[in-house]
Design a protein around this ligand. Structure first.
Ligand code: DAH
Length: 337
């Protein structure tokens, strides 16, 4: 019989040992080379077929090889275990650490103020509706008794939109106030009417600390039998008291708006000054009549307020421009729902 090639066996075994990347393949290797039916064991079993001299020589060499394979196995096993431990350590995560906070948003202060106003009027039984930001001059001016040549149109510098309805002789604009929704709402509803209309308005206007070209208004309209100026006063006074407290002093003064008669302005006493809060008045009888309702029977009141003004009062903000500069240092100071 040929003497077994122990050199080839060793280099094959060592190459396979290096290739084993985990403990399972290492165990497979051990079975293949050192196991009871393994390659080296086969060599040792075949020794009896050799001559005495060969047996001694090959036997000694095989036993030495066995020793080297065994210590090679041990070394490889330790190396694998070390690198696995290192990997685990490097991938270790501390599941008890608190999560990183997600930055939560806040509502815009004008949204907060607007919702406050809506809540108060909802509690008093008002509906809340919205209207279009792009409006016909028909609703924004004409139907509110502000005809084309009326000097009152000068009260609102207007941003016109490139859209004309030739047939009905109407031009589109960004609404300068929420009052046109009074008309749209009356076109769709019969008295009794109790509604507020929050919304954005736009004016062609230079900005400064108290003027913005874009602003938020809340319009109000009440129409029913027997509505008087006393209802107007009672409603608006309880509104401002709910916002600013029971002790608040209020003042009504005459003012002029073409769609009300009489018209008034409501001011509140705030830090020793009178601050104008809103315009209001009794709905002009011609407007009631134009809806086909008898102005002797149906009367009503209307009002319109600037939400930015309310918010500035409430939070002591001295420049209206902060609201739309989108500086988070400002905006994130307001919390609420
Ligand atoms: N629309 C007016 C403005 O923008 C505010 C106003 C005044 C609304 C009197 C009303 C009202 O409903 O009755 O200045």
């Amino acid at each position: 019989m040929d003497t077994p090639d122990l050199v080839a066996l060793e280099s094959e075994a060592m190459a396979a040992l290096d290739a084993a990347q985990d403990e399972a393949s290492l165990q497979t290797w051990r079975v293949a080379f050192l196991g009871r039916k393994g390659r080296l064991t086969a060599v040792l079993r075949s020794l009896k077929e050799l001559s005495d001299a060969e047996r001694r020589e090959v036997g000694a060499a095989s036993n030495q090889l066995k020793g080297r394979l065994e210590s090679g196995f041990e070394a490889r096993l330790r190396a694998l275990q070390r690198s696995q431990a290192a990997l685990l350590a490097s991938e270790r995560i501390d599941v008890t650490l608190p999560a990183r906070p997600l930055p939560g948003g806040t509502l815009h202060p004008i949204t907060l103020a607007r919702r406050q106003v809506e809540r108060v009027f909802r509690d008093m039984g008002f509906d809340v509706v919205e209207g279009p930001d792009v409006e016909w001059d028909h609703y924004n001016f004409d139907r509110l008794r502000i005809p084309a040549d009326h000097p009152a149109r000068d009260m609102w510098d207007t941003i016109w939109v490139d859209a004309v309805d030739e047939e009905r002789d109407r031009r589109a604009l960004l609404r300068t106030h929420t009052s046109p929704m009074q008309i749209r709402y009356m076109d769709e509803h019969q008295p009794p009417i109790r509604v507020i209309v929050p919304g954005t308005c736009y004016r062609y206007e230079a900005t400064d600390a108290t003027h913005e070209w874009m602003l938020t208004q809340v319009e109000g309209l009440v129409i029913d039998e027997g509505i008087s100026f006393a209802h107007l006063k009672g409603t608006l006074e309880s509104f401002v008291r709910r916002l600013f407290g029971e002790e608040l002093e209020t003042r009504f003064r005459c003012d002029y708006f073409p769609f009300v008669e009489p018209g008034a302005e409501l001011a509140v006493r705030w830090h020793d000054r009178w601050l104008e809060l809103l315009g209001c008045g009794m709905v002009h009888p011609e407007i009631i009549e134009a809806q086909g309702w008898d102005p002797e029977r149906y009367t009503g009141f209307a009002f319109g307020m600037g939400v930015e003004r309310l918010a500035m009062l409430q939070w002591g903000i001295n420049d209206i421009r902060y609201f739309y500069q989108n500086d988070l240092r400002f905006l994130s100071q307001f919390r609420g729902s």
